[in-house]
Design a protein around this ligand. Structure first.
Ligand code: UD1
Ligand code: MG
Length: 415
């Protein structure tokens, strides 16, 4: 039955994709008429581009999910053994996803403050985590074999340890991280939708492999966890593919924060319901590196301009790394330490210059987009997005390698 539902889900996803396509075409002029657009900062024309088009795809996605909900449960309707926990899991996932869409739309309309962007997803993860708790889901982690061997002379560790509430804190952090991670790796045509598409396709493939490994045992808990994850992912991948089609260079629509938060939250939700939140982080390697590299600007250890996207050069029609300029006296101690370390390992462009008798610092904005441009030099916007997509795909390959090969070397038991 689960597999049949999966086919129905795939069919509804295809219908959702067609509806997204039609609706985006219909809504482009409406967005422009309502002055809902952003200016493409890497084009000569600086033309208005409808934004946030993610809200249209997110609405279609929710409708597809609502229509789909009865299908996996048809055979149980009216029976005493109705699997309420499974229905609850799907509903709680949808609550978190809906709130992320609301947060994103509010951000697009109101330019929210950072503390709200962090607090809101934290709180909206509570229904999901509560359902996880009451469904008696596992909070055990497998101890790596090497760690057990290293500490063996002092203490004998079990193969698995129940880390209890720490696991919930970790899952909460996964939600907050994912919700924001895609939005801070953004600013060139096709990047937000493209990276989400690569990650969701990779995670779908991971789930399919796991379903295959569980064989036809529909009653195995692991089987259901990966199936439910696919229920959420297939419609998401379908809607995102259409959005990418319109968002890729030259963008006809911008996805907006609505899409970024929806995408991050959907991926976080599927990893929690699918019990693979640690594995999900492997698919987020570029986003994690981008976040770590961004920390000094995000936490204002060094000044952060409103936009960190690359700088456009109209003459050569290329983009190059964008820079932040500020007085050296504005630098905080931690910021100076960061600059010194990054400069010595050559992952930062820094220059000092004098203006009006003051020493100024000029350094590249701290995103991996600018880092790629530092290493490869200026290039066309679509080539840059292609290169970033390639990196994302290679990271997915690395994730599969770590999850299916390296993990078996480091762990005695791998699910
Ligand atoms: C985040 C980034 C910011 C980046 C911006 C670009 C952080 C902390 N914030 O801010 O550095 O500049 O995303 O999305 O990292 N745009 C383009 N071309 C594109 C996509 C977007 O020019 O392909 C511009 C448009 O003017 C669009 C605007 O970026 O209107 C959207 O920015 P917004 O999503 O509001 O920025 P933030 O998410 O706050
Ligand atoms: Mg944004």
């Amino acid at each position: 039955m689960s597999l049949l539902s999966l086919f129905i889900n795939a069919g509804l996803s295809a219908v959702g994709a067609v509806i997204c396509y039609r609706l985006i075409l219909d809504y482009i002029p409406i967005f422009i008429a309502r002055k809902m657009y952003g200016n493409d900062q890497c084009k000569v024309s600086n033309a208005p581009v409808p934004e946030p088009m993610g809200v249209i795809c997110a609405a279609v996605y929710l409708i597809v999910m609502f229509v789909f909900i009865p299908f996996p449960f048809i055979e149980w309707i009216g029976m005493d053994t109705f699997p309420y926990a499974k229905l609850l899991a799907i509903l709680s996932g949808l609550i978190s996803i809906s709130t992320a869409i609301l947060l994103g739309f509010a951000d697009d309309m109101l330019d929210l403050r950072w503390r709200h962007k962090l607090l809101f997803p934290t709180l909206s993860s509570l229904p999901l985590l509560m359902v996880y708790y009451v469904s008696g889901n596992s909070t055990t982690v497998i101890v790596p074999t090497i760690v057990r061997h290293l500490v063996q002379p002092f203490v004998v560790l079990p193969i698995t340890i129940n880390i209890s509430f720490i696991y919930y804190i970790f899952m909460g952090m996964v939600i907050v991280f994912c919700t924001n991670a895609i939005n801070i790796l953004a600013g060139i045509n096709g990047l937000e939708s493209g990276q989400s598409l690569v990650i969701s396709a990779s995670v779908s493939l991971f789930n399919l492999v796991q379903v295959y490994r569980f064989g036809a045992d529909e009653n195995a808990a692991g089987f259901w966890h990966h199936i439910i994850s696919l229920y959420f992912l297939l419609p998401f991948t379908a809607c995102t593919a259409v959005l990418f089609y319109f968002n890729k260079y030259p963008s006809r629509v911008f996805v907006g924060d609505t899409f970024c938060y929806w995408s991050g939250m959907t991926l976080a939700v599927v990893s929690i319901l699918g019990h693979f939140s640690k594995t999900l982080m492997l698919f987020f390697i570029p986003q994690t590196i981008n976040f770590l590299y961004s920390i000094p600007q995000l936490f204002h250890l060094v000044p952060c301009p409103r936009h960190r996207l690359p700088k456009y050069d109209a003459e050569s029609d290329t983009v190059s790394m964008s820079v932040a300029e500020f007085k050296k006296s504005q630098l905080k101690t931690l910021g100076s330490i960061f600059i010194t370390i990054c400069r010595s390992i050559r992952i930062l462009y820094v220059e000092e210059f004098e203006k009006d008798g003051e020493i100024y610092v000029r350094m590249n904005n701290l995103t991996i987009i600018n880092l790629v441009l530092k290493f490869f030099g200026p290039m066309h916007e679509s080539s840059l997005n292609g290169l970033l997509m390639l990196i994302q795909m290679l990271c997915s390959c690395l994730a599969f390698f770590i999850r299916f090969y390296l993990a078996s070397l480091f762990y005695d038991v791998v699910e």
